[in-house]
Ligand binder design. Structure first.
Ligand code: NDP
Length: 297
């Protein structure tokens, strides 16, 4: 018989992650919009739970993948919350890109109920989630990490223990702050090149053989920006949240961050202008509009 697991949060990245778990576990899923959980259950054979409590009841492992730590904390509480169902001795893995402080609070709350906790944010995007090749950044004590590793291997390829609870969230926030910085810097630089009449695809190829290249210029721009495709894979609102977490984390460490403060501010403005549904690379389209140019080729 397969062990019982629960997965809460079937969003853009949570759904394909849960899809891998459905093969290895007797899986219960819960989603705020119940129709998504029901559709997932029909497609995979998992069970759609009526409440977070129902999902967590009897589960050896509970996984969450929600927008922010605030939603995770909220789902723990109340008569229908996770804490009301999760059995003592279970393992709780939060794959949300959350914040280190909340991770500590959640861990303490669960520990008081005999439940081990790890923050396990992921990197690799929806493609990586579909392929089961995500990088997982884990914050936990050693024994909890060893328990978590085989579960995370269902959707992760590189699974790394970064330190105690909160360490995974801290690295993820810094990673995404650098991603956000590269997006904006690319948009500025290539708006200028496009305006000057430099052929942008050729310029990108040369850049990608040079020292200014990044994941943005190699992995995202060719198929999503130069083509004008801009698919929806990761909400800009979530990246804005991540840069905010990074800046607050750096403040908590007494590290000055004038560059990332500015990036955070620019993403706050972009979120306000583009709304909650916009994809993260729409930040480049906003720069294009302001510059009166399109980076296509
Ligand atoms: P989505 O916005 O696509 O999905 C969010 C999920 O959270 C949905 O299941 C949504 O339910 C649920 N949700 C939203 N608000 C609440 C609430 N108040 N109470 C309960 N459930 C709620 O996000 P993603 O799947 O893209 O991202 C999830 C996490 O993973 C985020 O922390 C993000 O930063 C991170 N991440 C995302 C990546 C990506 O490429 N998309 C890559 C790496 C990390 P409903 O269906 O009802 O809306």
């Amino acid at each position: 018989m397969k062990p019982h697991a629960a997965f809460l949060g079937l969003g853009a990245i949570g759904r394909p992650m849960a899809g891998h778990l459905a093969r290895a576990y007797d899986l219960s899923v819960w989603n705020r919009t119940a129709a998504r959980a029901e559709e997932f259950a029909r497609a995979t054979g998992a069970r759609a739970a009526a409440t977070p409590r129902d999902a967590a009841t009897g589960a050896a492992v509970v996984l969450t993948c929600l927008p922010t730590s605030a939603e995770v904390e909220a789902l723990l509480e109340g008569p229908d919350g996770i804490l009301a169902g999760v059995p003592e001795g279970a393992l709780f893995l939060d794959c949300t890109s959350g914040d280190p402080e909340s991770a500590g609070r959640i861990a303490r709350k669960l520990e008081a109920r005999g439940v081990a906790f790890a923050d396990c944010p992921v990197s690799g995007g929806t493609n990586g989630a579909e392929a089961g090749t995500l990088t997982v950044m884990v914050g936990a004590d050693g024994p909890t990490f060893e328990r978590a590793r085989p579960v995370l291997a269902a959707f992760g390829k590189r699974i790394e223990h970064l330190g105690p609870v909160g360490a995974g969230s801290a690295l993820k926030a810094i990673n995404n702050a650098l991603l956000a910085t590269n997006i904006l810097a690319f948009g500025e630089g290539f708006s200028g090149l496009a305006k000057a009449g430099v052929p942008v695809r050729k310029a990108l190829e040369v850049l990608n053989a040079s020292s200014g290249r990044s994941f943005v210029t190699e992995g995202l721009v060719p198929d999503r920006v130069l083509t004008g495709a801009f698919p929806n894979t990761f909400r800009l609102a979530l990246l804005e949240k991540d840069v905010g977490i990074a800046v607050r984390f750096l403040e908590s460490q007494g590290v000055q961050s004038p560059v990332l403060h500015r990036v955070a501010e620019l993403f706050r403005i972009a979120r306000r202008e583009l709304g909650e549904g916009a994809d993260y690379l729409e930040a480049i389209r906003l720069q294009e509009r302001r510059s009166g140019v399109e980076i296509r080729g």
